[in-house]
Design a protein around this ligand. Structure first.
Ligand SMILES: [Zn+2]
Ligand SMILES: [Zn+2]
Length: 221
């Protein structure tokens, strides 16, 4: 098996879907993927622009190596795309490492979100069970044994005691663990509700909000 962590090629069919945006990758389009990261050890494919957003996987890549030794199929790419990759790969790997270091420094996030994997959890707000697959939101470390206290999506916004300690002026991905794995529409919903329900402390507002606001994360350079 190849030892390159990444693979690049022109899609042979239009059958693969991008693991980032979930949309189809057109036949003949340049696709790039993490080798062995999809089901059954296959490659998790992305659109060229989408892969750079997956920073958890990028942090494990040693970008001091040559692009050729990192990317399987590199030699078969067109010259201008090789050049693009030579620039983008070290750039985004460095960014990923910086992001990971910053996240580690900040410690665990105060909230978490996910689509419930089973119907076994019950809501700390209304005490009813949370359906499997339902979007649930919780406060990390607030349940027994340091576990996450989960709520129905609509119920959590009524828990003012926990919400008031959260700085809603931060980017949503810096408040809620699992945020970037949600579908776009759910990300937008959470972002809006955080701003509405978590009042940022007045003394922390300064000029930070514009730089570090929820929209900053979506901007690409
Ligand atoms: Zn994509
Ligand atoms: Zn509830």
């Amino acid at each position: 098996m190849a030892s390159e962590p990444l693979s690049a090629e022109y899609a042979k069919s239009a059958k693969s879907a991008c693991k980032g945006c979930m949309k189809n990758i057109a036949k003949g389009e340049l696709r790039i993927g993490f080798v062995g990261k999809a089901n059954f050890g296959t490659t998790a494919w992305y659109h060229y622009d989408c892969i750079w957003k997956n920073y958890e996987n990028l942090t494990s890549i040693d970008s001091s190596k040559t692009t050729k030794s990192i990317v399987l199929g590199y030699s078969d790419l067109k010259e201008d795309e090789k050049k693009k990759l030579d620039v983008d790969l070290p750039k985004y790997c460095k960014e990923a490492a910086e992001k990971a270091a910053a996240a580690a420094k900040e410690g665990p996030l105060p909230m978490a979100t996910e689509y419930a994997k089973s119907a076994k959890s019950s809501c700390k707000g209304c005490s009813k069970s949370i359906d499997k697959g339902a979007l649930r939101v919780g406060f990390t470390g607030k349940a027994n044994f340091g576990a996450t206290a989960w709520y129905h999506y609509d119920c959590i916004w009524k828990d003012n005691d926990n919400l008031k300690s959260i700085d809603g002026s931060k980017a949503a991905e810096k408040i809620i663990k699992g945020y970037s794995d949600l579908q776009d529409e759910d990300q937008d919903k959470i972002e809006a509700d955080l701003l509405k329900h978590c009042k940022p402390p007045a003394d922390k507002r300064k000029g930070d909000a514009s730089k570090d606001g929820p929209t900053a994360a979506k901007k690409s350079k």
